[in-house]
Design a protein around this ligand. Structure first.
Ligand code: NAD
Ligand code: MG
Length: 338
């Protein structure tokens, strides 16, 4: 069965324009949602703690900023865009007390609903619009007249209008210009976690590191290894992004294509596929979520230790030096203490 995809023509912007919308949080997604909705003539305010560094930024952008409980009390629709690991506590203390029957609670990722750390009362709508791209792209594409595609899901439909209203919200942030794909909280959460673990973050980082280490250990120059195993990855991914694996393979040399077919299945073999299956089971049965929630409740000790260790490796040192020589890349460095 083909996925159901909605576009601007399927949405009614007047629904969200008739509501008071609070964007809770003003980070990557929050600033983009708030500004796009404002430009779509939606009545929007931003909810932030008075001490947040983002207050000044949001005000400077012309937005109304109030404390989270005040925003929750004022709004008909609340979009929760604080980090997933702080949502449950914020919800309990500052949002839930102001969540009256018929209001709408929205998310851009299903983690807390899927794993039960947020359990909204039954008489509110609970929906999701999850842009499939970083917040700054959600803002930039909107300003260019385009949008970032998004997923839509409805967890609770108390009013009978949850789906139409979520679509209206999607149109307000520009996502329906690119396509809004129907899913569920479970599918979005499980596939999102699996994708970032198996391919986008975990799989890719480990592959790059292992290949770099193999070349360096064999005596090749780290600088050459960096270009081969990390830098060029973008060029290959750009081809895949535009035309799939077929276009990437059409563009590379026949030698590279032959190596692709013969070596690829030896690198990602049955053992790797089995491990992917295990990762997916641990996501589905809540094992991963439980560990990550515990990690957050106990001061993130092992998370912080892994972060420090990963930042202090040869490929990062070599890369920083080489990127500094390529200003056209617009290189950035991460503060090691952050
Ligand atoms: P972020 O870390 O960029 O921003 C978080 C914001 O929340 C900041 O403005 C911070 O000041 C504020 N904040 C933190 N604690 C708060 C509190 N207790 N009360 C009020 N505000 C608080 O977060 P993000 O990456 O935009 O993620 C927000 C949501 O969007 C998450 O559910 C995430 O999974 C989802 N999402 C993110 C992306 C992305 O590209 N970043 C993409 C799709 C979905
Ligand atoms: Mg994702």
């Amino acid at each position: 069965m083909a996925a159901k995809i909605f576009y601007d023509k399927d949405c009614d912007l007047s629904l969200i324009r008739a509501k008071k919308v609070a964007i809770i949080g003003y980070g990557s997604q929050g600033h983009a949602h708030a500004l796009n909705l404002k430009d779509s003539a939606v009545d929007v305010c931003v909810g932030l703690p008075a001490t947040s560094k983002s207050v000044a930024k949001a005000k400077a952008a012309g937005l109304r900023v109030v404390a989270v409980p005040e925003a929750a009390a004022w709004a008909d629709v609340m979009m929760v865009l604080v980090p997933d690991t702080t949502q449950a506590k914020l919800y309990k203390t500052e949002i839930e007390p102001h969540l009256e029957p018929g209001k709408t609670l929205m998310f851009a990722h299903g983690f807390n609903i899927r794993f039960g750390t947020i359990k909204p009362r039954a008489d509110v709508d609970v929906s999701m619009i999850a842009p499939k791209g970083p917040g700054h792209r959600v803002r930039e594409t909107y300003q260019e007249g385009n949008g970032v595609p998004a997923l839509i899901a409805v967890h609770q439909d108390a009013t009978g209008k949850a789906h139409a209203q979520a679509l209206s919200y999607a149109m307000g942030i520009g996502a329906a210009r690119a396509g809004v794909l129907e899913t569920t909280f479970a599918e979005e959460t499980e596939t999102d976690l699996f994708g970032e673990q198996a391919v986008l973050c975990g799989g890719t980082s480990a592959l790059v590191k292992a290949a770099f280490d193999t070349l360096v250990k064999a005596g090749y120059q780290p600088e050459v290894a960096y270009f081969e195993c990390l830098h060029e990855l973008k060029l290959i991914v750009d081809l895949m992004y535009r035309g799939g694996l077929n276009y990437m393979r059409y563009s590379i040399s026949d030698t590279a294509e032959y190596g692709d077919y013969t070596a690829g299945p030896r690198i990602v073999d049955n053992h790797t596929r089995e491990t992917m299956g295990k990762l997916l089971s641990e996501i589905q049965d809540g094992t991963f979520a439980k560990k990550w929630i515990e990690e957050n409740e106990t001061g993130r000790k092992s998370f912080k230790a892994m972060r420090v260790q990963e930042r202090d490796q040869l490929i990062e040192k070599v890369g920083a030096k080489l990127r500094a020589m390529m200003p056209f890349l617009n290189p950035v460095t991460v503060d090691p203490t952050e």
